[in-house]
Design a protein around this ligand. Structure first.
Ligand code: FES
Length: 161
C-alpha cells in the first residue's frame, strides 16, 4: 500500500470518529458515551481517534485519555475480531476460572492482555461480571457463556472458526 493510500485510509477512519463525536455533541451526550460508540466503530481507541474525540467534544485530550484508561471496557490497543474476557472474580476463580484462562492462553498462544498476530482473538481477564452463580464466566464480543470448563472452551473456540 502506498503512502497516499495509507493517508486516505487514515482520513476515512478519522472521519468516522469526527462524525460520531459531532452527532453526540449535538445531542449533549457524555464523553463516555462517545468513547463507547467510537470504540464500537474501531474496536479500540487509538491516540489519533482520541485526539479527534477530544477536539470535537471540546475537552482536553488528557480527559479523554483519563476515561479511556479508567474503564476496563475501553482498550487503547487493537483488539481481535473475537474479544474474549475471562472472569477471574472470586466466585469464578473457586469454580476453576484459572484453568479456563490457562487453556485459552495455551490454545490461542497468547497471554491475557494480548491479541493474536492475525487480529482474530484477543484475551483479557476481568473482575466480577455479576453473574457469579453461573461461573466460570467467559464473555465473547458481549455474549456471555456460563459454567465454562476445558470441554466448553473447545466448543466455544470451534464456533469462532
Ligand atoms: S466472580 Fe465471575 S461473575 Fe462474579
Amino acid at each position: 500500500m502506498s503512502s497516499e493510500q495509507l493517508s486516505s485510509v487514515e482520513e476515512i477512519d478519522l472521519a468516522a470518529a469526527r462524525r460520531i463525536a459531532a452527532e453526540h455533541r449535538a445531542k449533549g451526550s457524555s464523553l463516555v458515551t462517545v468513547l463507547q460508540d467510537v470504540q464500537t466503530e474501531y474496536g479500540y481507541l487509538s491516540r489519533e481517534v482520541l485526539e479527534v474525540v477530544a477536539e470535537q467534544m471540546q475537552v482536553p485530550l488528557s480527559q479523554a485519555y483519563g476515561l479511556a484508561t479508567f474503564y476496563t471496557s475501553f482498550s487503547l490497543q487493537p483488539r481481535g475480531r473475537y474479544h474474549i474476557s475471562v472472569c477471574m472474580g472470586t466466585a469464578c476463580h473457586v469454580r476453576g476460572a484459572a484453568n479456563v484462562l490457562g487453556k485459552l492462553e495455551r490454545d490461542l498462544g497468547i497471554k491475557a492482555g494480548q491479541t493474536t498476530a492475525d487480529l482474530k482473538h484477543s484475551l483479557e481477564s476481568v473482575n466480577c461480571l455479576g453473574a457469579c452463580a453461573a461461573g466460570p464466566i467467559v464473555v465473547i464480543n458481549g455474549v456471555q457463556h456460563g459454567k465454562v470448563d476445558s470441554r466448553k472452551v473447545n466448543e466455544i473456540l470451534r464456533e469462532l472458526d
